[in-house]
Design a protein around this ligand. Structure first.
Ligand code: SF4
Length: 486
């Protein structure tokens, strides 16, 4: 197939968004709206579990987009109750099958419990093998099910103590929303790699409606006020008596994913006090300070390169133009290509705006280069539209390592920057020059004096190989691949 599969766009992919509501008459409807705002974090499947009176849980999960799964009034009528949790899935572990769609739900001695997880556990394989040996029967192939079994076998009596017991055994990145008959629970892993925010809605009935969400854009869509980020290592328990915060883990340095600012998060979200859109513009400006070249026009690779290109153009004093137009209305697959038209694939999504490119020295701004396949095709398209020179500027440092903390990335062998230096990459992509923002420049754009090598302020492992959370599930052979040298 000539494809526009979003998985085939040569980008790192965020996977999974979570949302939770406590104390609202339309809890499931709010959750569907929140998941819709978080659609960029996962498009393969979505699910909602609601809690109605008497501790009855209702659930609906489906493959595909939120609108496809929750656009039907009958489906929504089947999700009654004043509390709900929801999840968007982009598979990193476990194949795409309905049994892997979250929130996962299980009946325990204490009643039902639903959980949705954004992130990736790095010791899930080891834990799973041990649990299977003890007789646990896994229903899915996702790493998230490990939480369910660890809670089930815990010897503690309260739900919170069982959850803490489970969390103390897992390693990795996780932002969780959980729901049991009595509370909505939100958790961020001790390094705070993935985001989770708290919001509230005034409620005529008195007590506020509480919202948990991966990003603030999901608070905005339901009209909720941003209250605060959940802290790394924090568990919030929300029930009818209010909100309680528990911090049961040893304090660890925060390692929030720096790539959220570069690409994953929606530009209108605010993460850890920093507006994503403004951050991307500052990254673009820093990129221009570091590596501007004489040019007639600055062109973003849409959509993700847009704010960085705006910042770049403003800093460089060069006109910003939409030299590439993105078609938003293409399905995942299109037509069966013959050899003669296979090369046209990229044009399904991107078209050159010849009037802005012909005879011009073009600076193309994109957020990252993964395999380099799409970059090469876009550069070729820009040249065919008459560009006199094409200079590519990238608003992230070279992605030399895979992510093991909840982002879908190719293996190191497939990462162009893991295999080639910048000059060789420029030749392969076919540009006149290529430059990436420096790691220190990226940190500066995010308000830091630079990267603190002794204690980095963010997770930046895909640029540095500095994995702060152990990669327990990756055996020696994989470790060698992790070490692949240029
Ligand atoms: Fe984010 Fe990269 Fe760290 Fe993964 S390795 S969490 S993509 S910064």
């Amino acid at each position: 197939m000539l494809t526009t599969d979003p998985h085939d766009d040569d980008k790192f992919h965020e996977e999974c968004g979570v949302f939770g509501v406590w104390n609202h008459a339309d809890a499931a409807a709010l959750t569907a709206l929140g998941l819709h705002a978080l659609q960029h974090r996962g498009q393969e499947a979505s699910g909602i579990v609601s809690l109605a009176g008497g501790g009855t849980f209702h659930q609906h999960r489906g493959l595909g987009l939120v609108g496809d799964n929750f656009g039907d009034a009958k489906v929504m009528a089947g999700l009654p109750g004043r509390a709900a949790v929801g999840h968007n899935r982009y598979a990193t572990t476990g194949e795409t099958a309905l049994r892997n769609v979250q929130p996962l739900y299980a009946d325990f001695e204490f009643g039902g419990f639903a959980v949705g997880h954004n992130g990736n556990l790095t010791n899930a394989g080891v834990l799973r093998r041990a649990l299977v040996k003890r007789g646990c029967l896994f229903q899915s192939s996702t790493d998230s099910e490990v939480f369910v079994h660890l809670i089930a076998i815990s010897l503690y009596s309260t739900v919170l103590d069982r959850l803490i017991d489970a969390l103390k055994q897992v390693q990795g990145a996780y932002s969780l929303v959980g729901l049991h008959n009595g509370a909505l629970i939100g958790v961020r892993d001790p390094s705070g790699v993935r985001p989770l925010v708290l919001g509230s809605l005034a409620n005529a009935a008195g007590a506020p409606t509480w919202i948990l969400a991966s990003e603030t854009c999901a608070l905005d869509i339901v009209g909720a006020e941003f209250v605060r980020d959940i802290d790394p290592g924090e568990i919030v328990v929300i029930d009818d008596s209010g909100l309680r915060s528990v911090k049961p883990f040893e304090t660890q340095p925060s390692r929030f994913c720096i790539f959220e600012y570069i690409y994953f998060a929606r530009p209108d979200s605010v993460m850890e006090g920093t507006g994503v859109y403004e951050a991307r513009k500052r990254i673009g400006a820093e990129l221009a300070r570091e590596s501007h070249v004489a040019a007639d026009v600055v062109v973003p690779v849409p959509d993700s390169g847009v704010p960085a290109a705006m910042g770049y153009a403003a800093q460089a004093g060069v006109p910003y133009e939409l030299g590439i137009i993105r078609n938003h209305y293409v399905g995942r697959t299109f037509i069966e290509p013959t050899d003669q038209i296979r090369h046209l694939g990229v044009k399904l999504k991107h078209s050159a705006n010849r009037a802005m490119l012909d005879g011009k020295r073009v600076v193309l701004v994109d957020d990252s280069i993964v395999r380099g396949t799409t970059s090469r095709k876009i550069v070729e398209m820009v040249r065919q539209a008459g560009a006199a020179e094409v200079h590519m500027r990238i608003s992230s440092p070279p992605t030399t390592h895979s992510c093991f903390y909840g982002i879908d990335t190719p293996s190191r062998r497939q990462l162009l920057a893991a295999q080639h230096d910048v000059a060789a990459m420029a030749r392969l992509i076919g540009v006149d020059s290529l430059a990436f923002i420096s790691l220190d420049g990226l940190y500066r754009a995010l308000g830091q004096p630079g990267r603190n090598a002794a204690q980095p302020q963010f997770c930046d492992a895909c640029f540095t190989g500095d994995y702060a959370i152990p990669l327990t599930d990756w055996p020696a052979e994989s470790a060698r691949e992790l070490q692949v040298s240029k």
